[in-house]
Design a protein around this ligand. Structure first.
Ligand code: SF4
Length: 324
């Protein structure tokens, strides 16, 4: 793996649609290296998707404020204008079927996209579309090109979206819950296509998922998010085998118990709070079984505790005094 080429620091994202500012991503930093797969995990609503959208430059709404620095450090594109750099990042969303136009064939949608972004003739765009479909694992590409989205399975539609996302030869691919609506076999096919692309194109991938089995197979490193903040960071194997933050522990324990068909595990107590009613101190404090008095007063910082490990919890900051 290469040196860092995406460097996000102090990212804060807030929405003001309701007349007041609601901060949904809080002081998030992440670094991504070439060829690396970084997983963003956590429950729905923890800020994973908005983080991906902000990095891809797709959060352009007047009600949305994005602060912090997002830097692309690629040698190839360092001197390129901002909009060219943005093309080096592509995003695929959950439910590929919904992302495709139901009344246009795959051929029409792909060739128009390629002609628009790559400025190619119709003939060259078709050649490129065939290559891209082969890249995501289709054998009979002409059959796929002839079809309307309704004639594709969910897994096929997701791979078509993946092929379309590759049309500008991105360096970073952000995959947002790419297997959410798929059955086990189609999920495996899509994840395999992603792994092959990552290797063949030396792509860096940010995989946004709540499926810890998928991230365990694909990711080199993980960031665990809770209420818009990174609460733990580490190599995938280390983090999944020895989670340090109480939230990561419960998340991992619950996920794998359910995967094994066990229902003997208690859910995390309490409710996820709304962003407008975040508690003082640690946001996980009302639900944490290991909380101390200080947890309700001081917000823990994400501290480096070993070479590849960071955690935001007073159990490791020396402030876990005064048990409740
Ligand atoms: Fe629990 Fe306190 Fe750690 Fe928050 S800081 S996770 S409340 S022990």
């Amino acid at each position: 793996m290469d040196s860092v080429f995406l460097d996000v620091r102090g990212l804060n994202i807030s929405f003001s649609g309701t007349g007041r500012d609601v901060r949904v991503v809080r002081d998030l930093s992440l670094q991504l290296k070439k060829g690396e797969c970084l997983g963003l995990v956590g429950e729905s609503g923890c800020g994973k998707t908005v983080t991906g959208l902000a990095v891809a430059g797709a959060l352009k709404y007047p009600e949305c404020k994005v602060e912090g620095s997002i830097r692309f450090l690629s040698d190839r594109y360092n001197k390129a204008p901002h909009n060219i750099k943005r093309k080096r990042i592509a995003m695929v969303y959950q439910e590929g079927m919904a992302a495709l136009n139901p009344v246009l064939t795959v051929k029409k949608q792909m060739t128009e996209l390629i002609r628009f972004h790559c400025r190619l003739s119709s003939g060259d765009a078709l050649v490129r579309a065939r290559q891209l479909l082969q890249r995501v694992g289709f054998n009979d590409v002409d059959d796929i090109l002839r079809r309307f989205p309704g004639e594709l399975s969910g897994g096929m539609a997701q791979r078509v979206c993946l092929a379309m996302a590759l049309c500008c030869e991105p360096e970073i691919l952000i995959a947002d819950e790419p297997t959410t609506a798929l059955d086990t076999i189609n999920s495996a096919i899509v994840m395999k296509a992603l792994a092959v692309l990552k290797k063949e194109m030396d792509l860096a991938v940010i995989l946004i998922s709540h499926d810890l089995a998928a991230v365990a197979q694909s990711c080199d490193r993980l960031l665990v998010m809770y209420m818009g903040k990174v609460v733990e960071e580490g190599s995938t194997w280390e983090l999944l085998s020895t989670p340090l933050h109480p939230y990561s522990r419960r998340l991992i324990e619950t996920f794998f118990a359910l995967e094994e068909g066990r229902h003997d595990i208690e859910p995390i107590r309490g409710q996820v709070p709304g962003y407008h009613e975040l508690p003082m101190g640690c946001a996980f404090y009302p639900r944490c079984e290991e909380a101390s008095e200080n947890c309700s007063i001081y917000e823990p910082e994400l501290l480096k505790i070993s070479e590849n490990r960071k955690v935001a919890c007073h159990l490791y900051s020396g402030r876990n005094k005064g048990a409740l």
